[in-house]
Design a protein around this ligand. Structure first.
Ligand SMILES: Cc1cc2nc3c(=O)[nH]c(=O)nc-3n(C[C@H](O)[C@H](O)[C@H](O)COP(=O)(O)OP(=O)(O)OC[C@H]3O[C@@H](n4cnc5c(N)ncnc54)[C@H](O)[C@@H]3O)c2cc1C
Length: 361
């Protein structure tokens, strides 16, 4: 039997900007909210794909770095209540038991009366290299780095040429015994300042080098690198291999939750209340596809019948679908979804959440 204390009012899948703002809206409505996020940090696309780019169309900011907007959204989500964040968990299964949804992740089962799917373009996960010995979970193999101290006094190989690879190189260069960074070309995708700082540091940066094989049976003893211009191979000693070659996103098992989706199974269909076809499940942000009616035929010129009556041809409407890939639309959809979820949970409650300016003094 589920302890009622473990049942949340709303569980939000995804901590991108839409999910973070949904968590804020839930707090404003005194809803007990939980957010499940596959990655160890919030932010979705802003954190993973463009943390150091300026955003110019975030309301209230003439320009703001994506990573700074994420921090503000995360802090803002704590304004009226403390949502529970379940990071490093991917929502996979969905079941209904005694009127509660049960969302199963790779680690846990979460109980909720309503669900808001804010999954964007899917759960982000680090891209893997299909080289024997580089399986995730093997000691010495890292696809995400949480604790820099684990590299103290060790010889570390970093594979990658983007922001993540360079940030980790900078983070561990003074902790590790040695850091080698290999990238398959001389075109890095990292922030210019980070590239300069790494190149001027003690990090051994090797361009046009790739990882060919992992050396060592029980534990990692080194790596075979090769120069992709000449094919020359070199075996070097390493204790750890950090793979930072980017992220991929996949909606995965969310596709089989029973919510209506577009034909490509990339977007969840919602109505103007952000309801899906399953009562109690809402969706908002990039993951949604919105259906609306558009005038198919404009009325022809007005006609005068008998010189007295106006007759207008009947207006036809056609169904159209639209997808928005904008942060600001995600905010509006999150507010819509959460306030409708509130009324779904408590039919006597008002849809309008009230003015935040009148809630805290
Ligand atoms: C390069 C680039 C620049 C952009 N610039 C702008 C801009 O200037 N202005 C603007 O308005 N928009 C911009 N966008 C678009 C904007 O980033 C998106 O509209 C926004 O990120 C959508 O937010 P979201 O929260 O809906 O989805 P996402 O940001 O995709 O976040 C979804 C989150 O859900 C998580 N998730 C998904 N499935 C699961 C699961 N099953 N379990 C657990 N977690 C899960 C993911 O890991 C992710 O963290 C840009 C996009 C890109 C790629």
């Amino acid at each position: 039997m589920t302890n009622v204390k473990d049942v949340y009012d709303v569980t939000i899948v995804g901590a991108g900007p839409t999910g973070l703002f949904a968590a804020f809206c839930a707090g404003m409505r005194e809803m007990k909210a939980k957010v499940i996020e596959r990655l160890p940090d919030p932010g979705g696309q802003l954190a993973v794909l463009y943390p150091d780019k300026f955003i110019y169309d975030a309301p209230g900011h003439s320009k703001i770095l994506a990573k700074d907007l994420v921090k503000q959204l995360y802090d803002q989500s704590m304004t009226f209540a403390q949502p529970t964040y379940a990071f490093e968990e991917q929502a996979k299964g969905l079941a209904l038991e005694n009127g509660n949804f049960i969302i199963t992740t790779d680690r846990d089962a979460h109980y909720s009366r309503a669900v808001a799917v804010c999954a964007g373009i899917g759960a982000f996960a680090p891209k893997k290299l299909s080289i024997k010995g580089l399986e995730g979970g093997r000691p010495g193999v890292h696809y995400m780095v949480r604790n820099l101290e684990q590299f103290r006094g060790r010889e570390v190989l970093i594979v990658g040429g983007g922001d993540t690879a360079f940030d980790w190189a900078l983070g561990i260069k003074d902790i590790a015994k040695s850091v080698t960074l290999v990238h398959r070309s001389d075109r890095f995708r990292a922030h210019e300042a980070s590239i300069s700082e790494v190149i001027e540091s003690n990090v051994d940066v090797r361009t046009y080098y790739e990882l060919k094989a992992v050396l060592g049976d029980e534990k990692i003893e080194g790596a075979r690198l090769y120069d992709n211009r000449t094919g020359v191979e070199q075996d070097l000693r390493f204790d750890d291999i950090v793979v930072a070659i980017g992220f991929e996103a996949d909606l995965g098992e969310l596709r089989s939750w029973g919510t209506e989706m577009d034909e490509h199974l990339r977007h969840i269909s919602v109505n103007p209340r952000m309801e899906t076809n399953i009562p109690g499940i809402y969706a908002a942000g990039d993951v949604t596809e919105f259906t609306y009616l558009e005038k198919a035929e404009l009325p022809e010129a007005q006609q005068i019948d008998d010189g007295t009556r106006l007759s207008l041809p009947s207006t036809k409407f056609e169904e159209r679908t639209e997808k928005w890939g904008l942060i600001v639309i995600g905010y509006a959809q999150a507010a819509t979804a959460i306030n409708h979820a509130k009324r779904y949970l408590d039919p006597k409650s008002r849809l309008f959440p009230g003015h935040s300016s009148e809630m805290l003094s």
